[in-house]
Design a protein around this ligand. Structure first.
Ligand code: ADP
Ligand code: FDM
Ligand code: MG
Length: 210
């Protein structure tokens, strides 16, 4: 049996990651399992959820960074065993968000390399689709924007720049920047689904790791 493939949907807040991840899973049915990071249902995920939604619950940037990474490690064994069993896994955010949001805070010592370290050893996706909107300010009009800690225009702009620095720092031949500016949900889906199908069709057995 060939192993399943790991597909990651990345991007800033409200670029359509969850919408597109869910559409991929709906399209492919039983052969794929969806995970969303942060996974808020675990013990560590509960702390992360509190940090994101309750401004009176503060943590040092280093601590929350390590919790986001620990949250990925909490779920890692499950993801790996699904891949081994031949199921494909779709991720809604993962390591790149982890590094970009923390490094964007520009805390002395917390550079991209520091931020990546606790994620080293996690499986690298067979395909990463970064949903990129040229104008992050237009995203503020979408439902729910501004409810959580990082949803502020100035910080989002910084995160966008940092994502591209992270992409320069972490080589990945399987990463595609998808320009979603002005595209409808269906137009984005029609752009990404052929890329997903192509990756699912190749029979590489080796895993890549961060
Ligand atoms: P994310 O998971 O990246 O934060 P969502 O998928 O939750 O974003 O989408 C945020 C909001 O924007 C939702 O109300 C969704 O229906 C809407 N939306 C998603 N993609 C598009 C698009 N291409 N054009 C217009 N609205 C969109
Ligand atoms: N986020 C997400 C991080 O800061 N680090 C991480 O490792 C991950 C996975 O959490 F603002 C941020 C990004 C976003 C917030 O994400 C919650 P969702 O996709 O809106 O649930
Ligand atoms: Mg989402």
């Amino acid at each position: 049996m060939t192993r399943g493939k790991l597909i990651l949907i990345e991007g800033l807040d409200r670029t359509g990651k969850s919408t597109q991840s869910e559409k991929i899973v709906k399209e492919l049915g039983d052969e794929v399992v969806l995970f969303k990071f942060p996974e808020r249902s675990t013990p560590i995920g509960g702390l992360i959820n509190q940090y994101l939604t309750d401004r009176s619950f503060d943590l040092p940037p280093q601590s929350i960074h390590l919790l986001f990474s620990a949250n990925r490690w909490e779920v890692n064994a499950k993801i790996c065993s699904l891949l081994e069993s031949g199921k494909h896994v779709v991720l809604d955010r993962y390591v790149y968000s982890g590094v970009a949001y923390s490094a964007a805070k520009q805390i002395p010592g917390m550079d991209i390399s520091w931020c990546l370290n606790p994620d080293k050893g996690l499986v690298k996706p067979d395909l990463t689709l970064f949903l990129s909107n040229q104008d992050s300010s237009s995203l503020q009009d979408r439902d729910g924007y501004g409810e959580e800690r990082y949803e502020k225009a100035a910080f989002q702009k910084k995160v966008r720049e940092t994502f591209f620095q992270v992409f320069d720092a972490i080589p990945d031949d399987n990463r595609v920047i998808v320009d979603v500016t002005g595209k409808s949900i269906e137009q984005v889906f029609d752009t990404i689904m052929p890329l997903v199908r192509k990756v699912l069709g190749n029979n590489s057995e080796d895993y890549l790791y961060f």
